[in-house]
Design a protein around this ligand. Structure first.
Ligand code: GLN
Length: 476
């Protein structure tokens, strides 16, 4: 039975007395069980979710329930939730139990959302296919031979397959938007620093953001509105005002929209994605909006910049996993050095090790200036150019990904081919600006296509409003 595709539907059922939170949780638990083969969840919090549901039902009957009463949320396995394990999809954190709750999760709980489980992902958020997880791969519901995208593959499939109402993911270079595009759901990466990173297991701290998956733009906006905002526990979190995103106020005024030529005419772009993107552009023009193709020749530098800087940051962030403080400890070691070496060699997966080595290399004394310093300078240029473009134009429009969901193993032996999947998502990450992916029809094999809209920093309200409007023009 397909019900509860949106929070509006849940609230309607709760108000009418048609259902209560306990039944809603049971409904999702049933779905999770039926679709266990998708491997979206690494752990289901059945017991604690049902207990919380009973509490929320009690609050509803007293008229004191929070804004998210009835909202059932899945969280990516990179977010801490006190008393529950949190392992970043890695063997190195197996056995680690969170001592505290991430601010984003806490804010959802404060509004009476119910967390139903933790979701599978690429190890430490490193990957674009969810093939790099210690828990095995996640399956795309529409075609079990294809990837769901990554790294937040479990979070995307959980919404795609209706295993929860919304889910949290993290997006460092596309990990919310790319899997959202591959699975045909809505995915948002907010501005850098919009949501506190406290309690998020770090990958690359100057890029990491917590993002949201949902079936509708409105639910997505509602969740971001609640988790966004300053947090004294994360000194990088922004004090910028959080607007009522879920109002979706779309001013009927003239808008200028830029389309990146380098993306739209990229040789690597799958023809059906180009076709559907052009179709939306035509509709926007017909509606009277100014859509202009612009040059961004620097696009080719964005991906190398991203991979140099994120691997450098990752090599520093992941130094804390040494077999002493958290999780896995090698049983073989004879002395301290062996303990470090063995624990890290045995605990980390292949892709994570590759990135730690790459990051250590670009930070090494002889190569620091040639790679790390240079990449930081290029990042500044890209940020400035992107911000300027988003001053001249209201929005930037481009496909979310160059291809639709590819087959498992397709990029198996070639990490660079996998990195190329991030071609269109990393610009917003390098620049720190918000970006939203919405479904835009399907390709000839029936795989979903994503359309990405980017706005200037802290323009989430405008981005959601436009995204909501755009979803009336996109193909379904
Ligand atoms: N696929 C990109 C990477 O592997 C993005 C990952 C992410 O956003 N966490 O780095």
């Amino acid at each position: 039975m397909e019900k509860y595709r949106s929070f509006d539907e849940i609230q309607f059922a709760l108000k009418n007395g048609e259902s209560d939170c306990r039944s809603i949780v049971k409904y999702y638990l049933q779905n999770i069980q039926t679709k266990a083969h998708l491997n979206a969840f690494v752990e289901v919090f059945a017991q604690s979710a049902l207990e919380r549901a009973a509490l929320v039902d009690e609050k509803i009957s007293q008229g004191i329930a929070g804004k998210l009463a009835g909202m059932i949320v899945g969280i990516k396995d990179v977010l801490n939730y006190e008393g529950h394990p949190s392992t970043a999809g890695s063997n190195i954190l197996k056995g680690y139990i969170s001592q505290f709750t991430a601010t984003a999760v806490q804010r959802l709980l404060n509004e009476d959302a119910i967390v139903i489980g933790r979701l599978n992902c690429d190890e430490f958020g490193m990957g674009s296919s969810n093939e790099h997880s210690a828990y095995g791969k996640v399956y795309q519901e529409l075609d079990l031979t294809r990837v769901p995208g990554g790294s937040s593959g479990g979070s995307a499939v959980a919404v795609q397959a209706n295993l929860c109402t919304v889910s949290l993911g993290s997006d460092t270079g596309g990990s919310v938007r790319q899997p959202a595009a591959f699975t045909g759901v809505v995915g948002m990466k907010p501005s850098y620093s919009r949501v506190s990173r406290w309690g998020l297991i770090a990958y690359a701290s100057s890029f990491d953001t917590i993002g949201v998956f949902s079936s509708t733009v409105k639910d997505n906006a509602l969740i971001l509105e609640i988790i966004a905002g300053y947090d004294e526990k994360d000194s990088t979190s922004s004090k910028e005002e959080v607007k009522p995103y879920s109002k979706l106020d779309f001013p009927k005024r003239s808008l200028k929209i830029a389309v990146l030529k380098e993306a739209l005419h990229a040789p690597a772009l799958q023809p059906e994605i180009k076709r559907n993107t052009l179709e939306v552009i035509e509709k926007l023009k017909t509606e009277g909006y100014e859509v202009q193709e612009v040059d961004f020749p620097q696009l080719k530098y964005v991906l190398p910049t991203y991979y140099i800087l994120t691997t450098a940051e990752a090599s520093a962030n992941l130094a804390r996993f040494d077999g002493v403080k958290y999780g896995y400890r090698s049983p073989e070691a004879q002395n301290l050095e062996q303990l470090y070496k063995n624990s890290r060699s045995e605990g980390f997966g292949e892709e994570v090790k590759r990135r730690i080595m790459l990051g250590t290399f670009v930070l090494s004394a002889s190569y620091y200036d040639a790679y790390f310093t240079k990449a930081q300078k290029v990042r500044r240029i890209i940020r400035d150019l992107t911000a300027n473009l988003l001053t001249d134009f209201d929005y930037l429009l481009l496909p979310t990904t160059p291809t639709t969901a590819f087959k498992f193993g397709e990029h198996g032996g070639d990490p660079v081919a996998m990195y190329l999947e991030d071609l269109f998502t990393v610009q917003a990450s390098v620049s720190g600006v918000p970006a939203l992916s919405i479904p835009n029809g399907k390709d000839d094999s029936g795989m979903p296509i994503g359309l990405q809209v980017i706005a200037n920093s802290f323009k989430e309200a405008e981005l959601y409003a436009f995204g909501h409007y755009l979803s009336t023009l996109t193909l379904n």
